[in-house]
Design a binder for this molecule. Sequence first.
Ligand SMILES: [Zn+2]
Length: 261
Amino acid sequence: MAWQCSIGSANTEKPTFMQSSPQLFANNQPETPLDYLVIAPHPDDAELGMAGAILKLKSEGKRVGVLELTNGEPTPFGTVEKRKKETDEATEILNLDWRGNLGLTNRTLLPDLESRKILASAFRILRPKTAFAPYWIDAHPDHRAATQLIEDARFWAKLTKTEMSSDPLPPPRLYYYYCIHLRQTVTPAFILDITPFWAKKLASIKAFHSQFIEGRKETAPMFLEQLTSEASYWGKLIGKRYGEPFASREPLGVGGFSEFL
Ligand SMILES: [Zn+2]
């Protein structure tokens, strides 16, 4: 298992479609389509929002990938190199089938046409059956831009008569994970039982030492403690120890009542 930035990790210049399309994931294309693709504005968002779901899907033998839109830097205690190392460590913990980075610019992410074309092309190459985006309400402009960009690119991934390579194929399903920077009460569409995977989820988050451990205050309430309380709260709502909430803009279909907990 290997991952790499498709366009380089320095992230000093914003890639254009014509630059990036021919070599998009050139040395890093999955051999077979992914079942699930988590799209994250920054390295660590996928782990915070849905590492439990990723671990559960992996335990069921599904092919799961994570695509970051930016390298997430600069941050107060991080560097591009440090963040890459931390991302590699989290990738190993989650046992991902694929991980890539689109090379867009942190802090100034925009749902513009160039970025839409690049991400739509990524969808057509990676061919996931289900995609996950950050929840649509957030204080962080990169997160809101990511949601918009993912929805627009999902639509564009089905276009014909276009300069995009590969066959048209939008992810048929799109759900939203919560990794939000607002103190708000949310009402998820469903909550996943992640009890057996909680310890590993926490380990994948701790891998991002520069983001969640270094420089964090050591008095209560501590970040990782609050994260655990949150997961317990979601678990309580479904009668389990730990849960992970998800949103959907569309109604969810179920195969039968036995599917419910
Ligand atoms: Zn983020």
